[in-house]
Ligand binder design. Sequence first.
Ligand code: UP5
Ligand code: MG
Length: 223
Amino acid sequence: DAEKKPAVIFVLGGPGSGKGTQCANVVEHFGYTHLSAGDLLRAEIKSGSENGMTLNLRPTEIYDEQGMVYTKSRQIRKLFFDEIGTMIQNMIKEGKIVPSDVTIKLLQKAMQESGNDKFLIDGFPRNEENRAAFEAVTEIEPAFVLFFNCPEEEMERRILSRNQGREDDNIETIRKRFNVFLESSLPVVEYYESKGKVRKVDAAKSVEEVFEAVKAIFTPKEE
Ligand code: UP5
Ligand code: MG
């Protein structure tokens, strides 16, 4: 088809590894649009309580508070628009991964509204299902995956000193986020590693040193 697909880079790494911080640097220097899946979900929680639904889910999709999707044949009850925000909020508080269709719709909407054609998708895909669903729905393959490698103690220190009022920045939820990262998100990194698509950065260094390594990845190599 004539329509050119946008360029996408997945930015992955554990909770507090510095994804958001470094994406802001890349935006400034390389003209990408930064889409943090977590930020989009948190914005959806807010918009849900203020002016209702911004997503347009298919009417056959029905969720319970745990985010389980039921088809009409297994209908338990209908989830109203503002309840999707509540569902997202509950899942984030538990460090769980929000169903793909919600996250993907938010990402697609943000991509359309941006007017740009190159994106850093930060914190997504977080599991195999996220990855496969994004590929199937958008038909986009990432150009590469930028992976921030950081020891858990350092990530924990960073999150606990962040102080931005995030409901998941408490030690109990942090432990759950680390477990989900190891069990569900690292396999996605391994999948892309097997395809030779991972650019791994030592994220335990200072913000400036990490950005030097990131810059080298984004700067076209000279002959
Ligand atoms: N900091 C950054 N770099 C530093 C450095 N080099 N040296 C010292 N300090 C550094 O950084 C964290 C803190 O460390 C900041 O205070 C920063 O100044 C400092 P940040 O850049 O914010 O790290 P980041 O990797 O973005 O950490 P974040 O907490 O955002 O990562 P998570 O992956 O945990 O959070 P996210 O927002 O992506 O997801 C939250 C939740 O949303 C998930 O747990 C999940 O429940 C849900 N979610 C989904 O369900 N699906 C999705 O697709 C995405 C999210
Ligand atoms: Mg972040």
